[in-house]
Design a binder for this molecule. Structure first.
Ligand SMILES: Nc1ncnc2c1ncn2[C@@H]1O[C@H](COP(=O)(O)OP(=O)(O)OP(=O)(O)O)[C@@H](O)[C@H]1O
Length: 324
């Protein structure tokens, strides 16, 4: 079922569960996660530290850590399950923008050589074609002296310029989907705003779909038209970003937004903590912290219930909770 938009989504995560065996028991990191990235749209996954954002990205990129199992679910990229269908390998078709531009470039290779090597492996065309594409992309991401940038080493760029380089690299193989992991966390606020504007502009101009992971509602609102709010490895709420931010339905989303309407996501000051992945409570994983919880919230985990206008909420009592 597509809950996010019309037409066939470029990426559909369906009922995904990811477990990792640890010395402390099985970490049930993701459970029944369902959302879709509409073709040409931008979906943000937002949640507190430890809610499973990185694990979700790893599943989508096919790089789950050793010991991880997927007891349930599918990750459909252009209609093929990239978890089980090796031929559906998404390499080159999913561009990835990592969190930290300082750690993500090899310091001993020139920028051009690093990216040309990736393109040699994943993009059709000659080295000359790839060079032309890169220079065009360096111009598109507004790097000074796009031609000269090919010959520079990473330390010769500023932090913001390195993030521009990585955006160019993510677009180099003409991906259908760009996945970004908090790509502006390491940057100052002004540079952050510029990079987010650029990312939004480039993905819109090129008709690309974007999956954006963040812990920051302000960043989410600047980039994404759809949102999935994660809590302890489950989707609490999904829908159009503006509607969810203006009128959240899940008690967790409401409490988060009441704390920090346009800043980082965390529930500091609200009793309890995010449960450890090896000790998830039964039923609704938020119920021990939820002021509206009832006895049956500790029973069966609540599924996402469709609401009007493309929204869905994993709380059968959301309407009553609104009154409380
Ligand atoms: N390899 C692993 N082995 C055991 N537990 C893990 C492993 N990787 C992650 N976890 C646990 O899974 C949960 C989710 O972790 P994950 O890194 O996916 O969250 P996150 O939302 O990306 O957090 P952050 O924003 O802090 O990076 C956490 O409780 C974490 O401790």
């Amino acid at each position: 079922m597509s809950i996010m938009g019309e037409g066939r989504p470029v990426l559909s995560v369906e009922n995904l569960a990811v477990h990792i065996r640890t010395d402390a028991g099985v970490a049930r990191i993701l459970d029944d996660v369902t959302f879709a990235v509409p073709r040409g749209g931008a979906l943000g996954v937002v949640g507190e530290s430890g809610c499973g954002k990185s694990t979700l990205l790893r599943a989508i990129l096919g790089i789950l850590p050793r010991g991880a199992t997927v007891p349930k679910g599918a990750v459909l990229f252009e209609d093929r399950d990239i978890l089980t269908d090796r031929a559906a390998s998404a390499r080159g078709r999913i561009g990835f923008i990592p969190q930290d531009p300082y750690l993500s470039l090899n310091p001993v290779f020139r920028a051009g050589d690093q990216f040309l090597e990736i393109m040699r492996r994943h993009a059709p065309g000659s080295r000359r074609d790839h060079r032309d594409t890169l220079v065009e992309l360096f111009r598109a991401v507004q790097l000074p002296d796009p031609g000269g940038a090919l010959a520079k080493y990473p330390h010769q760029f500023s932090g913001g310029q390195r993030q521009r380089l990585l955006i160019a690299a993510a677009l180099a193989c003409e991906p259908a989907l760009v996945v970004a992991d908090e790509p502006t966390t390491a940057l100052d606020v002004t540079t952050q705003r510029e990079i987010l504007g650029l990312l939004r502009q480039l993905t819109t101009e090129r008709g690309l779909s974007l999956l954006f992971v963040t812990h920051d509602f302000g960043v989410l609102a600047a980039v994404c038209d759809q949102v999935a709010v994660l809590y302890a490895g489950r989707v609490a709420e999904t829908g159009p970003t503006r509607a969810v931010l203006d009128d959240p339905q899940h008690p967790y989303a409401r409490m988060l937004l009441a704390c920090h309407p346009d800043r980082a996501v965390d529930l500091l000051g609200i009793p309890g903590t995010v449960p450890a992945a090896t000790a998830q409570p039964p039923g609704c994983r938020f119920h021990p912290r939820c002021p509206a919880s009832r006895a049956d919230c500790a029973g069966v985990p609540p599924p996402l219930l469709p609401l009007a206008a493309g929204r869905a909420v994993a709380c059968p009592y959301h309407a009553e909770a609104m009154l409380g």
